[in-house]
Design a protein around this ligand. Structure first.
Ligand SMILES: *Cc1c(COP(=O)(O)O)cnc(C)c1O
Length: 433
């Protein structure tokens, strides 16, 4: 199986986190998001321990909230002593509701509104990660108005394309995010920020991409960033206390995806950082990373009930489910791969090839194409889509007025509880006047 929390029971049912998914579908209804709480905690601990081991006590993994954001997950992050990054006032609000201390939070986004900036300061946000000079001006103005000194990091683009290893290293200079080192804008914003009286520059940040498997992407990004740190020290006498290398480690959606060992990867990045610091003759800044997907993706699974099975002889077969792009838009957005299984027929041969499609009025409402399922698949079967813990619920919509699915947490091999309840029809009209 693609993840060690997925097994098959003697009854031929799919088990997730040690629990029978067919029973869970019966108990909670479908569509249903399941989250394996033990797996989330395990992933947090793997990162936390790897950071301590390779970077020292002050190094910190920050959970990238956007991967999956709801109250309970912030409670878990608080309990696991994880930092977080947020990208909106709504994420900050959710974290506050969970009792998460925002002084440990980093506020990203390429376009923070004035209201976001004020909301962050109202709630004692630890750090803003400023994207551009305009944003530094807005943060400085708001901090000045309040008579405070606000800690900030600067988001830079190191010019590394994470998806094509051989690509020219300037591939991402044209990104909508951050200020490019290559164009000199990174230095400009650094000098500008250092001159602001109500802003304290705490260091630099970069994020090269997501679902990254490339051999040495993070090592190369780290070296480019450290060369910039050394350059700023030499030219402007500014030594950055923190360096945040962003998120992006890939996870296994299908059998052909490799498995990344976080401890090994973090160890390799640490080795590259230590070597660069020695070569550049600078002390190692406090190192942060921001895993999102690799903390929660494999902790998630979505269950659906199968409806119509349509066979178009000589062309194509369709297996329709009772959810679709409103709960998982990723195939529609960028053709993402997923492993799909018929949860109550795990012992049957998969000899029927079909597209798993949703129930929305949209031809692009597809979860996955070319999936092999048992030929007996039909109405009432339970279809499971694996590795949906990241960028599914957080991207969910109410398209076609479908109520959003609930999140049920699993733990201890036999316990389950609702963390986010299923939306009702009344919820759908709650804001309609
Ligand atoms: C999306 C994002 C992350 C998390 O990326 P993953 O691929 O989910 O690990 C971290 N930092 C920033 C700035 C991001 O935009």
């Amino acid at each position: 199986m693609i993840c060690d929390n997925i097994t098959v029971g003697q009854n031929g049912h799919l088990y997730f986190a040690g629990q029978d998914t067919v029973e869970l579908a019966k108990q909670y209804g479908t569509p249903l998001y399941l989250m394996d709480e033990d797996k989330i905690r395990e992933s947090c601990r793997v990162y936390t321990e790897a950071f301590k081991k390779h970077f020292g006590e002050n190094a910190r993994p920050l959970y990238a909230s956007k991967a999956n954001c709801f109250k309970r997950i912030y409670e878990i992050m608080r309990e696991e002593n994880m930092g977080i990054d947020v990208v909106s006032s709504g994420e900050m609000y959710t974290a506050i509701q969970a009792g998460y201390d925002l002084s440990r939070a980093y506020f990203h986004s390429n376009n923070k509104t004035d209201a976001d900036i004020a909301y962050g300061m109202d709630n004692g946000i630890g750090y803003f990660v400023a994207d551009n000079v305009e944003e530094i001006k807005a943060i400085e103005a708001e901090a000045a108005r309040r008579g405070i000194k606000q800690k900030v990091l600067l988001r830079l683009t190191p010019g590394i394309d994470p998806h094509t290893y051989e690509a020219i290293a300037t591939g991402k200079v044209d990104s909508k995010f951050g200020s490019a080192i290559e164009t000199g804008q990174a230095e400009e914003i650094t000098v500008f920020t250092l001159a602001q009286p109500h802003v304290e520059l705490m260091g630099f940040h970069c994020h090269v991409g997501s679902q990254v498997f490339g051999e040495d992407i993070f090592e190369r990004a780290a070296v480019v960033m450290l060369e910039f740190v050394a350059d700023m020290k030499a030219k402007h006498g500014y030594m950055a206390p923190q360096l945040d290398l962003g998120g992006g480690y890939g996870v296994r959606y299908v059998e052909s995806d490799p498995y990344l060992d976080v401890d090994t990867k973090v160890g390799q990045v640490a080795a590259a950082i230590k070597e660069a610091c020695a070569r550049l003759n600078i002390e190692m800044p406090e190192i942060h990373m921001e895993p999102g997907r690799s903390i929660v993706a494999a902790a998630g699974m979505t269950l659906y009930t199968c409806g119509t099975v349509k066979k178009i002889p000589g062309y194509k077969n369709y297996v329709s489910i009772d959810g679709g792009m409103p709960d998982n838009p990723r195939f529609a957005l960028y053709g993402s791969s997923y492993t799909c299984l018929v949860a109550n027929k795990m012992n049957e041969e998969c000899d029927f090839v079909a597209s798993i499609v949703g129930r929305c009025c949209e031809s692009g409402d597809i979860i996955q194409e070319g999936v092999s399922v048992p030929s007996s698949v039909g109405r009432g079967d339970i279809v499971a889509v694996c590795t949906t813990g990241a960028y599914n619920y957080s991207m969910a919509s109410n398209y076609n007025r479908l109520p959003r699915a609930p999140i049920v947490m699993l733990r201890g091999g036999n316990e389950s509880y609702v963390a986010v309840r299923r939306e009702s029809f009344a919820d759908l009209c709650a804001n309609d006047l």
